[in-house]
Design a protein around this ligand. Structure first.
Ligand code: PMP
Length: 400
């Protein structure tokens, strides 16, 4: 197989029946059999708690849990003690907002976000700004719907302490030049968090190479279980951050007079963790790594090109986002509400998402209330795009 050969992996996904075009992977991906098997084995054969038990089963489960942490670290090019397991990207961003931003920001400081951020990369910073008296600035988009890094360069000042940007937009598929964004942020002494939710399943990601300070993603968009995600942070930063939740496992020593905390990452993992979520994530990473992110990216790029080409041939369709978007195509059918588009497509067994995609400020800047969005994964093929286009043709026939 070459990098551009189509993937033929549908048989790995038992929840995708023949003839169903699942085009909502940006919301959540379907699960391959090896991930389902790992979850089954975890509960049906290997299950026990971690970090506490002295009996063999628990010691083995602990080894599996920590092996998954190492696997995440090698997958994203970070250190094992820099990988914090969280519930998802949302929790990872909230952790940084609570434990890094609130202790470090003061009135007059500024946070820089972009116009295309997901609500989970906006609201936690608004909460931190409210608590600290910091203010938020918003980087606009270019005409072809990318984060405008030239505008960002002009906006940054030494009052900016934090920049938080999406690596890949969940609505437009626009890919950020993270290295340049990082250089710009570091140029004024700001830290930079990258929301990698849509990037990690679609592109090779190496946090050391990117140079950023924090990177977050969710397991369920990476063909893994829900309820598990990763915050990667530079060790020196994590080490200086206070815990954000207290409980078991995150302590060094507890007395009623004073409690001392474990070093990271344990400091940020209070309570019994999502053990089988973690081992399921390990299986998901093995699955995508065996295919290869370069191949997955090439595959999705080909699907995007096919979809954009076919949809742009329909007069009624307006496409959003850049031509080289990563695995995600947002569009509108003129005169038809995206929900109606999605409902009619569903009647033809094509599943897309319609709505604001948790990015209302982006909708405002695009001048729409909602978009229709088709997003691709390793299981999609040309026939799914053809079904999408056929469905849109039907929409335009119905709505005249
Ligand atoms: N950021 C982006 C870009 C996303 O696409 C999503 C999920 N739609 C999130 C953050 C939040 O992820 P989760 O809901 O898994 O925490």
């Amino acid at each position: 197989l070459t990098a551009t050969a189509p993937l033929d992996l549908l048989a790995d996904f038992p929840a995708i029946p023949q003839g169903w075009a699942y085009l909502d992977t940006a919301a959540t991906s379907q699960k391959p059999q090896p991930v389902i098997d790992a979850i089954m084995r975890g509960y049906a054969r290997d299950y026990a708690t971690v970090h506490r038990g002295v009996y063999q089963r628990s010691a083995d489960m602990t080894l599996a849990y920590e092996a998954a942490r190492r696997r995440v670290a090698t997958f994203i090019g970070g250190r094992e003690d820099e990988v914090v397991f969280v519930r998802g990207a949302t929790e990872g961003i909230n952790l940084v907002a609570q434990s890094w931003a609130i202790p470090n920001l003061k009135p007059g400081d500024r946070i820089l976000l972009s116009q295309l951020e997901h609500h989970s990369n906006i609201v936690p910073w608004q909460m931190a700004a409210e608590r600290t008296g910091a203010a938020i600035d918003v980087v606009p988009l270019t005409d072809d719907h990318r984060i405008d890094l030239d505008a960002m360069a002009a906006m940054l000042t030494d009052r900016h302490k934090l920049v938080a940007l999406a690596h890949v937009s969940n609505v437009l598929g626009s890919v950020l030049d993270v290295k340049r964004a990082t250089e710009l942020a570091h140029g004024v002494g700001a830290k930079i968090l990258i929301d990698g939710c849509q990037a990690v399943p679609r592109l090779p990601v190496n946090v050391t190479d990117l140079g950023c300070d924090f990177y977050v993603f969710s397991g369920h968009k990476l063909y893994g279980p829900t309820g598990i995600g990763v915050l990667w942070g530079r060790h020196a930063l994590l080490d200086a951050m206070p815990p954000w939740q207290g409980g078991g496992s995150m302590i060094d020593r507890v007395t009623f007079e004073k409690t001392t905390y474990a070093p990271p990452p344990g400091r940020f993992e209070a309570g019994t963790p999502h053990i089988i979520g973690v081992t399921g994530l390990h299986a998901a990473i093995d699955y995508v790594d065996a295919i290869g992110l370069t191949r997955i990216h090439a595959h999705e790029t080909a699907l995007v090109a096919r979809a954009r080409y076919a949809l742009s041939a329909l007069n009624s369709v307006r496409l959003f986002g850049p031509a080289d978007s990563a695995g995600i195509v947002s569009f509108e059918v003129q005169g038809v509400h995206p929900h109606d588009v999605a409902t009619i497509l569903d009647e033809g067994d094509v599943a897309i998402r319609a709505g604001h995609h948790c990015a209302q400020p982006l909708m405002d800047s695009l001048g729409v209330a909602a978009t229709a969005r088709a997003s691709f994964g390793v299981y999609n093929g040309a026939s799914d795009i053809d079904a999408l286009v056929k469905g849109i043709e039907r929409v335009t026939r119905i709505f005249g």
